[in-house]
Design a protein around this ligand. Sequence first.
Ligand code: AMP
Ligand code: GLY
Length: 422
Amino acid sequence: MKILVIGGGAREHALVWKLAQSPKVKEIYAAPGNAGTAPIAQNLNVAATDIAALLKTAREKQIDLTVVGPEAPLAEGIVDRFRDAGLPIFGPSQKAAAIESSKVFAKDLMQKHGIPCARSASFDSYSEAKAYLEKQAPPVVVKADGLAAGKGVVVATSISEALVALDDFMAKKTLGRAGDRIIIEECLAGREMSAFAFTDGETVVPMLPACDYKRVFDGDRGPNTGGMGSYSPPPFYTAALAEKVTGTIMVPTVRAMAKEGRPYKGVLYGGLMLTADGPKVLEFNARFGDPETQVVLPLLKTDLADIMLAVVDNRLGQLKVEWRDGACVGVVLASGGYPGSYKTGLPVNGLDSLDEDILVFHAGTKLDAAGQVVTNGGRVLTVVATGQTIAEAREKVYNNIPRLHFEGCHYRRDVGLVLNRA
Ligand code: AMP
Ligand code: GLY
């Protein structure tokens, strides 16, 4: 088989790494990929959002399966375009990807079908939203409807802070059209976790869940990022909780999407809050998580190409998906200044000095003219280790990280340490 993986982050490097282990897979292409995918895939100079060029490439290279990493091409309908062209592709259609690309759609779906989530109201009028907000008691959450790369949610501790967010999204249009509609919702308290399932629209196969660390500094301080680290599985994820998440959230959501005429295929990602009233949905994503994928795929025993083909061919029910025992911890090494502005083109050293069982998934890296790995983005590497326990995996990761170096490198020291964040 020839596979095309779309995207260029550490999530996509992990997908390429896992797919490369399949005896079925002969060649892998990455569009655009990074310095980490270069030795195991052929990197193509095609942007993840250039659907026409991706389609052309898939035809020319006679790709047997395309795998979509990021949300933007899904929201733009890449899956529909490939399917219309008769090209097998793993991911939800544009109508199904609305579960991530429109928070108002996702919220309406959950309310209509009884899927547990925060109480909320949605607005397309600034003055009505403002009048409603002025009657609320803090804390309150303001969310932009559309894709906003993590910048569309403000958990406000005062109404004045919430009004500023509302003004930014709806009046100043800081997120463009993504802020045309907004949601104002109740602030939930509890532990946060990410649940994932493979689904062909009918069968729902839960994956191992994970937790990610969104704030840039230890102790969950500082601004939000794309994710600074992750671990799997959460020790508090008991069999009873797993049953509840699958039975009250993941399966009902896939059923609801089918009923709405938007059959959902691919990976369904539920960002959850474990509240005193049980697990509730904060948001859905229509794809694998980043950095969660980097700690979930190393624990997957089953051939990922087999799973993806079964999803595409609607026969996931015939496949047994198995996971390894143990745990996995991943720590993101970021560029100095990230999530603000940062330099690129800085040499990354020490990649060949790591213990054999350490995995390094590249994100913002590229090879320079001399073949040296240099930085090329905010999140540069995810360093990953597995172990019998999270503590063991954590120790391995943090023993190895000091051997890696690039100017300005920073990372969190508490990934996998503080497990009971509330
Ligand atoms: P989202 O993009 O919807 O996952 O929101 C980003 C982050 O905002 C989440 O990871 C939560 O930490 C927080 N958040 C979102 N919705 C709520 C809510 N209703 N209550 C409390 N925190 C929330
Ligand atoms: N880990 C957050 C995301 O993938 O959206």
